[in-house]
Design a protein around this ligand. Structure first.
Ligand code: 5GP
Length: 230
């Protein structure tokens, strides 16, 4: 495992059989992953996670269960990884069966999970004969802000999410590849290129990115009450 390089993509063209996608709240990762899968559905499939959180919209790709059901699955050893997500205090997990089903179909499973899940998958990779490649999706802070605003959440929550993003960006360093969400089409194309090893990833300047997020938080806090335009 070579920290700070995406050469893994090139080395693993034949061995790679599992893709992990993470990114802070508001970067647009679900939209990118959904489009990527739609365009490459013969080769990739999104693994359906199990969660105890309530459904927000109709077309969310989760299996929704109660705490008791989740606990029972956990005791059966059904999960490859699980996480108690601090943002919602709810449980999430990737069922091993789901990943096996996708592999049996001859496709590559794509796991949209957080960094805790990524670490668990990686530490059990050899034992499970996985060869995961991890992608971190980033977006310019202005884009993150615009997307969070579009969800119609109170400004307080948006600032909280941005603050969480400042914390979370620290872990970006441990991902193999990066895709910046400047616009959807480009991001989907870049994701494909990075996965196939055709393009080396552009490692973002994490310090610069963190500072931009902090600046944005300051601007929001200073303009709050005087009206903010997207
Ligand atoms: P949300 O509630 O916004 O759908 O998801 C919250 C966070 O949990 C996101 O970072 C999402 O990627 C992550 N997540 C979704 N499913 C799983 C899973 O099965 N395992 C882990 N570890 N994280 C997940």
């Amino acid at each position: 495992y070579r920290k700070g390089s995406c050469n893994k993509g090139e080395r693993r063209i034949f061995g790679m059989n599992l893709i992990i996608v993470s990114g802070v709240s508001g970067v647009g990762k679900s939209t990118i992953v959904k489009r990527f899968i739609e365009e490459n559905s013969e080769k990739y499939e999104l693994a359906r996670s199990v969660t105890t959180r309530k459904a927000r919209t109709e077309n969310e790709y989760y299996t929704f269960v109660s705490r008791e059901e989740f606990q029972a699955l956990l005791e059966e050893g059904a999960f490859l990884e699980t996480n108690l997500y601090q943002g919602s205090k709810e449980l999430y997990g990737t069922p091993g069966r789901e990943v096996e089903r996708i592999v049996a179909m001859g496709r590559i499973p794509v796991l949209e999970i957080d960094v805790n899940g990524k670490r668990q998958i990686e530490s059990s990779a050899d034992q499970n004969y996985f060869s995961p490649i991890s992608i971190c999706i980033t977006a310019p802070p202005a884009t993150v802000y615009r997307r969070l605003m579009a969800r119609g959440e109170p400004m307080k929550n948006i600032v909280q999410r941005l603050k969480t993003a400042v914390e979370e960006i620290n872990i970006a360093d441990e991902y193999d590849c990066f895709v910046e969400n400047k616009d959807l089409e480009t991001a989907v194309k870049d994701m494909k290129a990075v996965i196939s090893g055709k393009s080396a990833t552009k490692r973002p300047d994490i310090n610069k990115y963190r500072n931009e997020l902090i600046d944005l938080i300051h601007i929001i806090q200073n303009t709050e009450g005087v009206g903010i335009s997207g």
